[in-house]
Design a protein around this ligand. Structure first.
Ligand SMILES: [Zn+2]
Ligand SMILES: [Zn+2]
Length: 370
């Protein structure tokens, strides 16, 4: 089987597998064959995991479990280091393998280095920026940002921080803080993404997508140059029986992989990340335009959208909590109206009917203001 066919099969398998894993939990797929496939897949994985654990010594299992827990469920720099490795390795391959095909450092390369510099700067900003951590000092300010919608957010207490959680906030178990307008915890930048740094995160993923798509384009230009310069188009391929075939895309793919392995790896990496990050950027553009967070999108489409409105449970006795309680009581009628509105919107189940949607321009302005 040739490289091209194998590549296509692997890509198709990866896309289908990702779809089943991520979309199989959604309310839309949960009762269908995608949901069934996901449940069976996880049963098989658990079965294999227990069989594997029985076969190897307990000490090894413990080390594997501890390592997995550390990487996936604690705040650690492993994925940041992976980013560093990919960006450094990619830049090195680009510098030493791609640039020599140009006469000198031309516009193509200058643009690439500018994009890399922008991307690394945004990565550093996202990694070090304050996401909107709710402290007693800023609690009252964050409480005023959004009204509880009565469905996803009510005036509940955070058991860890001992504060009343402002609407749209969430406690991040990895950072151990409550974050205003919590979007998600990003392992890539080892930081929470919330009210204050969401705009930087959007810029970072968009710049990453642009960088990858641009480098994909540049490497494709170099590949086209190699094919023409080496005269591959006019050549013929001779098989084991001595039959002559015109050079096709399969042969060219194999030729480039074998003769230019590092550049091919760079090409496949930026192609993969370019496609994935373009999709991810478009997803966040949709979230920005409809004023949703990833956390809210997840609750809405992946299993918690059917949650019944919860009764506020206020036990906090601090001044801020009392203020919140007064606000909750005084706004009881308003909250009921909000709840009724949200319920109507949920029954319509539209992609844009979200509780905090204020219209495209006001939604964008809210993100920029942070
Ligand atoms: Zn908390
Ligand atoms: Zn976090």
């Amino acid at each position: 089987m040739d490289f091209l066919l194998m590549g296509l099969i692997y890509t198709l398998f990866f896309v289908v597998l990702s779809y089943v894993i991520f979309a199989g939990r959604s309310a839309y797929h949960r009762t269908g064959w995608v949901g069934l496939l996901r449940r069976n897949l996880f049963s098989v994985v658990h079965l294999m995991q227990s069989a594997f654990e029985r076969c190897i010594p307990a000490a090894v299992t413990r080390v594997i479990n501890n390592t997995t827990t550390y990487i996936l469920f604690t705040r650690n720099p492993c994925i940041q280091l992976l980013y560093g490795f990919i960006i450094t390795g990619g830049t090195a391959v680009y510098t030493f393998k791609v640039i020599p095909y140009f006469d000198k450092i031309n516009l193509f390369s200058i643009i690439t280095y500018i994009l890399i510099a922008i991307n690394v700067t945004l990565f550093w900003i996202c990694s070090t920026s304050e996401p909107g951590i709710i402290t007693s000092l800023h609690h009252a300010e964050y409480m005023n940002d959004y009204e509880p919608d009565g469905v996803y957010y009510t005036a509940l207490e955070c058991y860890t921080c001992k504060i009343i959680k402002p609407a749209r906030s969430k406690h991040c178990s990895l950072c151990d803080v409550c974050v205003s307008r919590f979007d998600h915890h990003c392992s890539w930048v080892n930081n929470c993404i919330g009210k204050r740094n969401y705009k930087f995160f959007c810029c970072f993923i968009t710049s990453s997508a642009i960088l990858c798509v641009y480098v994909t384009f540049v490497v494709m230009v170099v590949f086209a140059y190699i094919v023409i310069a080496d005269g591959l188009i006019s050549m013929e391929y001779v098989d084991q029986d001595g039959k002559h075939y015109p050079v096709g895309i399969r042969f060219l793919t194999q030729y480039l992989l074998v003769r230019h392995p590092l550049m091919s790896i760079l090409f496949l990496t930026v192609l993969f990340f370019g496609v994935a990050l373009s999709g991810f950027s478009l997803f966040h553009l949709y979230l920005v335009l409809t004023n949703q967070t990833t956390n809210e999108f997840y609750k809405r489409w992946f299993g918690k959208s059917q949650a019944k409105p919860r009764q506020p449970r206020i036990t906090e006795t601090t001044a801020a909590a009392k203020a919140s309680k007064r606000r909750t009581t005084s706004n009881k009628n308003a909250s009921s109206r909000t709840l009724a509105k949200v319920t109507v919107e949920k029954t319509q189940s539209s992609w844009t009917s979200t509780p905090y949607n204020k219209g495209i321009w006001r939604n964008i302005a809210e993100i920029i203001r942070g």
